[in-house]
Design a protein around this ligand. Structure first.
Ligand SMILES: [Zn+2]
Length: 413
């Protein structure tokens, strides 16, 4: 393998980047979380940054539940409109500060809704928009952006449908459903929540022009295949909403198949088990090799983009012993459309630059291929606006990549 030492930290930081898969509730700043907990008067396991890093937001986790543990605190902090706006603003600024010029933060409004306190699906999504929009305006008014030496910053919001999300995760919104006779079954509760979410998302996009650009399906994958949410996705599909699905993160290739065939997925969150025939449990799949091969070919050919989150996969999947075992190498080998993402800046203790560094240090990625990967982060984004605007902006970003590469002595593009 050719060593890729030419990719310096300075180059990685300066090259234009995107993050198409980042959870707002997994990406808070720790000092802000502490300040928000004090403001809302709820308990944290520690009120210091070091304490929270030791007890909750670690570098390695024992299991997926261990990884998800911290979300109960971040979601509690975000059940407040001002806090949502602040967290969204800070998330955009943190990205801008490391050369990221496009983000698509995602979260499930259902987890934050508390109607008695003014938090509805719509107000919660709108608060996120306000924070992101403020950060965007500030950034795009900088002299180096106005004079064209840095690309503009843009964003879109992805609203999530939720699968099961742990015994403590039920928000006041879900608790209300569970208490009512009509929705005693969990799947119905989750689906009803997701339907209300997608309708609110489409409504405020159309009525207020708020850039809710797509929907996602998050939470515990096993036992909740994407097909169970197909009505939610059909509603989004009919209303020109883009679609991504957490699929193949903790469940086999059938989940990816359903995401594509039943949920019209434009992109896939993780897509990890697209390459593992041992994870297929559907008895109807008799020739597993052919099934996987057909699916890989289909995903690659349609350029269905896989949102790759290396650190997060290593933290939640004990089967991946070292980064070099990650199926990312198969994705690269098959020349699939991939985009490097963080998943959760706080919970995974990472940044976009760090994820690129990991990818470039551990896999053989030549400059031309790197440029393709970077470009997919813009071309396959759910950009809010006219296609011509998106195209011009993506071209501008790729041109900036060339300029930065040249500055850092990378010429074989
Ligand atoms: Zn995710």
């Amino acid at each position: 393998m050719e060593m890729t030492t030419k990719y310096t930290d300075a180059f990685i930081k300066e090259m234009p980047k995107s993050d198409l898969h980042l959870h707002l509730d997994g990406s808070l700043r720790i000092p802000s979380l502490i300040q928000m907990a004090k403001k809302l008067n709820f308990e944290l396991p520690s009120f210091t940054e070091e304490g929270l890093r030791e007890l909750v937001f670690k570098d390695t986790y024992e299991s997926l539940p261990d990884y998800l543990h911290g979300f109960q605190y971040t979601c509690s902090a975000l059940r407040d409109l001002e806090n949502i706006e602040q967290a969204s603003y800070e998330l955009a600024v943190d990205n801008q500060n490391e050369g990221v010029c496009y983000i698509e933060p995602r979260f499930a409004p259902q987890l934050l809704v508390d109607t008695e306190n003014g938090l509805t699906m719509e107000t919660v999504l709108e608060a996120c928009y306000k924070g992101l929009e403020r950060a965007k305006k500030e950034f795009n008014n900088r002299p180096d952006v106005i004079n064209g030496s840095r690309p503009e910053f843009h964003y879109g919001i992805i609203s999530c449908a939720m699968r099961k999300f742990g015994p403590k995760g039920y928000s006041p919104f879900y608790t209300r459903f569970f208490k009512s006779m009509e929705y005693s079954r969990e799947m119905e509760v989750l689906k009803e929540g997701a339907l209300q979410m997608v309708k609110a998302a489409v409504k405020i996009r159309d009525e207020k022009g708020i850039p809710i650009v797509g929907i996602d399906l998050a939470g515990q994958e096993s036992g909740y295949p994407p097909g169970k949410f197909k009505e939610v996705y059909a509603y989004a599909h009919r209303n020109f909403m883009h679609k991504t699905v957490h699929a193949g993160e903790a469940y086999g290739a059938e989940s990816i198949f359903q995401a594509i065939t039943e949920c019209h997925a434009d992109r896939l969150g993780h897509g990890y088990y697209l390459f593992d025939e041992n994870k297929i449990v559907d008895p109807n799949v008799t020739d597993k090799k052919k099934y996987l091969n057909d699916l890989i070919t289909f995903v690659a050919d349609k350029r269905t983009t896989i949102e790759v989150c290396l650190t997060s996969n290593l933290q939640t999947n004990p089967e991946i012993k070292s980064i070099k075992d990650h199926y990312f190498k198969e994705m690269l080998k098959n020349r699939m459309s991939v985009s490097i993402c963080t998943d959760n800046r706080l919970v995974s203790n990472t940044t976009v630059s760090n994820e690129y560094k990991l990818a470039l240090e551990n896999f053989d990625i030549q400059p031309k291929h790197l440029k393709d990967i970077v470009a997919y982060g813009f071309k396959k984004s759910f950009y809010h606006g006219q296609y011509i605007e998106k195209r011009n902006w993506a071209k501008r970003v790729v041109k900036h990549f060339d300029e930065v590469a040249k500055k850092h002595g990378i010429t074989d593009l």
